[in-house]
Design a protein. Sequence first.
Lengths: 185, 490
Amino acid sequence: MRPEVLFIAVFFLAFLSASLGFGLGYAAKFFKVEQNPIVETIIEMMPGSNCGQCGHPGCAAAAQAIVDGVAPLTCCPPGGHVLAEELAETLGVTLDISTLEQKPPMLAQVNEQLCIGCARCVKKCPTDAIIGAQKQIHAVIQDACTGCEACVAICPTGCLQMHPVRTTLKTWRWNKPEPILAAAA
Amino acid sequence: MKLFQFRGGVHPAGHKAATTDKTTRQMPIPQRLYIPLQQHIGAPAEPVVAVGEQVRKGQLLAHSQGMISAPVHAPTSGQIVAITEHPAPHPSGLPVRTVVLASDGEDRWLDGLTPTDPQSLSAEEIATRVGAAGIVGMGGATFPAAVKLKLSARNKIHTVILNGGECEPYLTCDDRLMQEKPAEILAGVKLILQATAAQRAYLVVEDNKPAAIAALQAVCSGLPNISVVPVPARYPMGSEKHMIQTVTGLEVPAGGLGADIGILVHNMGTAYAIHQAISQGQPLISRILTVGGGAIREPQNVSVLIGTPLQDVIDFCGGLTEPAARLLMGGPMMGQIMPDLSVPVVKGSSGIIALTAAEVADRETMPCIRCGSCVRACPNGLLPLQMAAQIKAGELDKVVDFGLVDCVSCGCCSYVCPSHIPLVQYFNYAKGELAARQQAKHKAQENKKLIELRQERLAREQRVKAEAAAQRKAEAEAKKKAKAAAVAQV
C-alpha cells in the first residue's frame, strides 16, 4: 500500500493511545478515592467499644486490617461468629469458621465480696455499664456490657470476672441439622 | 358452598382411629401443678400471689404485662409452694418461671364467679373478659385471644372462621370436643360474632370427622349466618392461611394476617373456652388433649388441668408400653420434642404423642437429586431444595430472598423428600440464625448509642469544668483588681 496510508494509520493509533493514556493518568489523580469506602461500612458493623481484644488499636484500625487482609474475619471476640459471618458476606469471601475462638459471648460481673468501691472501672467502661460510687459496691448493667474486658484489666482486686452469657428460652436457637450417616441409621 | 384448593400439601396416615371414638375422660387432680408464667406469645405474666398463700380454683395467679400478654389462673385450690424456675415444655429443657401449686384435693372455686348473660355485654366488654380469663389460641399458637378480638376494632372483620381442621395425625382432641360439646362451641361462636360484629361464621371441619360435622350441623341448623363447612382432609388444612384460601379463595398477603382481609380465625377449643369464660365466669384452667402414639398403653383424649406434669397424664393413660423413642407435645408434623416427663401441660398442649422406635422414621440422609417433590409439596409455593442448599453453604441472606420468612415450618417438604433430607429442620435453624443476627445487630446499635452518650457526657463534664475554672479565674481577677484599687485608694 502507499506509505501515506501507513503513516496515517500509525499516527492515528499512536495519538489514540497517547490521549487515552493521559486520560487514565488524569483520572487516577483526579478521581482518586482516598480511603476504600468499604472500610467505612466495616467500621459501622464493628462493636465500636475499642476494647483491643483483637490486638489492633481500636475498631477503626481493625476494620482497616480486615479489609487489607491482614486480620482474619474472626478476630473480634465481642462480635462473635455473627459478626464474622456478616463480614464474610459484605466482603464476599468464604468464612473459615475453624479460626474462631470457641469462646461464648461473655459479660462482666462484679464479685461483691471483693469490691472495694474504688470506681476505677466506672471511669474505664466505654458504655458506662458499671454503676457505683466511691466506697459503694459496684454493679454491671448486663444489658449495656459489650464484653470488652477493659474493666477486668483495671480492677485492683480482680473482682470483675467474665461470665458466659446464659442461654434463655428467648435466645435459644436450633443447631444446624447434621445428616444422618449410614453407620448410625 | 364452593370450595377452593391450596397448592401442595400432603396426606399422611391419620392414626386417629385409636382415639376418635372414645369419650373424653376427666383426669383426677394431681398432687402438684407446675404453672408456667409464659404459656402464650408475648410478655410473661407477673405473679400477684406469694409463696405460702392459699389460693382457690380460678384465682388470679399472675396478671398480664403489656399489650400482648395473658394472665394465669389457679387450676385448683391449694397452697403456693414455690415461684421458681422449672423445665419448660420446650425442646431445650431450659427453665421458665413457674408457679408450683400443691393441691388440697378440695377443688374449691373462687367466690364471686358468676355467669353473665352475653346479650348484656358490648363487644369491648367481651374482649376484655376474654383477656381477663387468660384465653389464648388453643390450637397451639397461643396468641392472646383478646388481642385478636380487639384487632377487629381496627380492621373490619366480615367473616369468622372456626378452625376444626385438626389436620395433624394422631390428634383428635378438637374432634371429641366438637362431638361432645357442640352447643357450647356454638355459644362461643355467637360470642365471637358479637365481639367482632362480623356478618357470618363458618365452622370448618375436615371431612375425616363425619361425627363432628353431624354434631355441629345438628346445633347450627336453621341459623342464617352460621354454617358448617366440611373441607377435604389435607395437611396443612388447619393452617389459618390455607383454611382461609380453601373456604373463601382469598389469599392472605405475605407477612400479613387474616384480619388484614377481614377474616378472623379461632380454634374450636378457643371458642369453647370463650363460652366458659363469659357464660360461666370461669377462666382458662384446663384443656382436652390427645394422648397417643404406639408407646402409650391406653391412647385416649383426656381433660387435664393446666400445669399437670406429663408423667401424671401418661400414668393416667396406663403408662408407656416401652420407652418412648420420641416424646412430642403436639402432632408428629409440627410438634415439639419434649426433654422429659417432668414438664407440665400448658394452654397450647393439643396432644402428647409417645412414639416407638419403629414409628420414628430416622433414615440415612442421601444427597439431593433435585427431584422437585418438595416444591410440589410446599403449600406456600417455596423452593425447599434451593433454600436448603443455600443454608448448607451458609448463604443466609440469599435464603431470605427466596422466601424463608414465608415458611410456616409445616414439614410437608421433609415428609416427601425421597432422600430423607431434614429440610424443615434446616429452615428452623436458618430462622433462628436470622433472629440471632437481628438481635446482635440491635445490641450493636444500642452499644454504639451508649458509647456516644458516654463521649457526650465526658465532653460535657470537660466543658463544665473549663467554664467553672474560667469563672473562678474571672472572680479571682476581679478580687485582685478590687484589692489593688482599694490599696491604690489608701
